[in-house]
Design a protein around this ligand. Structure first.
Ligand SMILES: C[S@@+](CC[C@H](N)C(=O)[O-])C[C@H]1O[C@@H](n2cnc3c(N)ncnc32)[C@H](O)[C@@H]1O
Length: 199
């Protein structure tokens, strides 16, 4: 068992972040500049709101956050929250209506874990693939994408499939990741656009 109240959890409480996951985005954005000030950012799987909170610290950045769950109490002019499932057309339409083009799509979305590493991996790959192709339909050329995936044998094939559409690709496990967790993040920069037959 891991300690839920570990150092990052306590730090998040102390520093007013809505999740310990906030530190992962801080680290990843410092290293890879996935979004910049003034960017339009789509945060998929945003609840309880730590990543959105971090992105909104840049004074001109706008964030659209979407999640199956409420974030609650995150009213801010530059933040739009959409309650819904990103794999459904209804939610996709709402995300499209909220902004005409995104500079960055950041996704910490993950399926509920089942206790089976294989099943969790398969579900995660399926969810990430859907989010990825949706991201490709809303990203501006040159835009950036980051997503979380549960490690397993299909990860390499997914990365291979994704990276042909971007100039830069890296996969990384941030320091704030819990010990024993099998999650990692895929970072893609410089969206080239999808070929016509995949749009
Ligand atoms: C680890 S949490 C995200 C934490 C967030 N980055 C933060 O810092 O507060 C993963 C979230 O993904 C959401 N999620 C999973 N599948 C989703 C889907 N199909 N559509 C929208 N949100 C989804 C879950 O409801 C959950 O809130």
């Amino acid at each position: 068992m891991y300690n839920r109240q570990d150092a990052f959890y306590k730090k998040a409480k102390r520093e007013g972040y809505r999740s310990r996951a906030a530190y992962k985005l801080i680290e990843l954005n410092k290293k890879y500049e996935i979004y910049r000030n003034g960017h339009n950012v789509l945060d998929v799987g945003c609840a309880p709101g730590g990543w959105s909170q971090v992105a909104l610290q840049m004074s001109k950045t706008r964030v659209v956050g979407v999640d199956l769950l409420e974030t609650g109490d995150m009213e801010m002019e530059r933040f739009t929250f959409i309650l819904g499932d990103i794999t459904t057309q209804e939610t996709v339409d709402e995300v499209l209506a909220a902004c005409s083009g995104y500079d960055a799509v950041i996704s910490d979305a993950a399926p509920n874990t089942s206790g089976s590493k294989l099943l969790d991996h398969v579900n995660s790959i399926e969810l990430v693939r859907k989010i990825f192709y949706f991201a490709c339909s809303v990203l501006k050329p040159g835009g950036n994408f980051i997503c979380k995936v549960f490690e397993g044998e299909d990860r390499d094939a997914l990365v291979k499939e994704m990276k042909v559409h971007f100039d830069f690709c890296k996969h990384i496990r941030p320091e704030a990741t819990r010990k024993g967790s099998f999650e990692m993040y895929i970072i893609l920069k410089g969206f080239k656009g999808l070929p016509k037959n995949e749009q």
